[in-house]
Design a protein around this ligand. Sequence first.
Ligand SMILES: C[S@@+](CC[C@H](N)C(=O)[O-])C[C@H]1O[C@@H](n2cnc3c(N)ncnc32)[C@H](O)[C@@H]1O
Length: 325
Amino acid sequence: MTIPAIPRWHFGMMNDQDRNKPLRDAIVATVRPDDLVLDIGTGGGLTALWAARCGAYVVSCEANPAVADLARRIVAANMLSHRITIVEGMSTDLRIGPAGLPRPADVLTAEVFDCALIGEGALPALADARARLLAPDARLIPAAGTLWAQVVDSASLHELNHVHTVDGFDLSAFNAASTPGYFLQHVDGHRHSPLTDPFELLRFDFAGEPVPVSGTARHQVPTIHRGMAHAAVLWFSLDLGHGYELANPPGRARHWHQGVYTFPVPIPTIPGGSLCVEVEYEGTALRLRPAQSETAPTLPTPAGEKAATRAGGRQDDGAPRGRDR
Ligand SMILES: C[S@@+](CC[C@H](N)C(=O)[O-])C[C@H]1O[C@@H](n2cnc3c(N)ncnc32)[C@H](O)[C@@H]1O
C-alpha cells in the first residue's frame, strides 16, 4: 500500500525522545481527568494519546487527510477511541458544536512548530484557537515561544544560497533565485563563528494577549568579534509550563534543523560594534533586514522578492515547508 503525501520527518519527530519527554511530562503535569483537550495537529497522535492517558477527552484536528486516517487507526489500536476524536481539517475550520468541539476546551496542545517557530503556521492557528475554541482560563501547551537569532560568519552557509565567481566565470545573475526567506540546515555541519550572542528576535505569549500573526521588531545587537556577517542562525524555545522547555539550538542533534537566513550582502563587524537587525513577520513568512548600526541602510533585496505566502505551509521560495523540519 502506498500512502501519499506524508512527510518523512514524522518518523524522526515521533522517535525524537528529546522532543517527546518534555512534551509528555508537560501534558502529564497540566491535564486533569475529564478535561476537554483541543489538540492542534494530530500527526501520529502522540500528544492526543498522552492527554487521553491522563483521563482527558481529546478533540484532535489534522489537516492532512492521509495522516488523519493513520491517526484514527493508531488511536483504535491503542483502545482510546472512546477518549479521542480525530477531526480531519485545519483547526481554523473547526467549530464548536456536534461535529467539532463540544464546548470551549480546557487545555490546548499544539506541536506545530518548524525549526524557526512560525513556518508551520503556529501563529494563525494559535491566534484563532485563542479567539474561538478555548475557555477563558484554558491552559496552553506551549504557553509561550521565542524565536532566537545569532549572527554568524560562515562563508559555507552563505554559499548555500548565493554564488559569485566560479573558475573565473561570473555566475552572480543566479542570485535572482536565492531563497529570500530562511531555509533548513543542521548548522553544526558547517564552519561558522558567532559574531553576536544569541538574542530574542521575536517572543510570543500564546496564553496572554491575542497572538499577533504579523508584526515588526528592531534590535540593536552588540557585535563581539571581527568578521563578516553572512547569515543569522534561527531556532526556537517553547515554554511548555511547569518548568518544561523544548528548543532546537545548534549543537543539539534533534529531528529539528536550525533556520538559516543568509544576508545578500555580508556586513563587516568588529568587537564593540553593533548591528541593527529589523525583523518583519506575517503568518509563516519572515524577513530580516540587517544593517550596520551607524548607517542603518536598507539592504538591496533579490529581484522578484515579495512577502511570503502561507498556502500549504510554503514560503515564497516555493519550497514545501512541510518537507522537513
Ligand atoms: C509536527 S506534527 C505533530 C504531531 C503530534 N501532535 C505530535 O506532537 O507528535 C503536526 C501535524 O499537525 C498538522 N497541522 C499543522 N497545523 C495544523 C492546523 N492548524 N490544523 C490542523 N492540522 C495541522 C500537520 O499536518 C502535522 O501532521
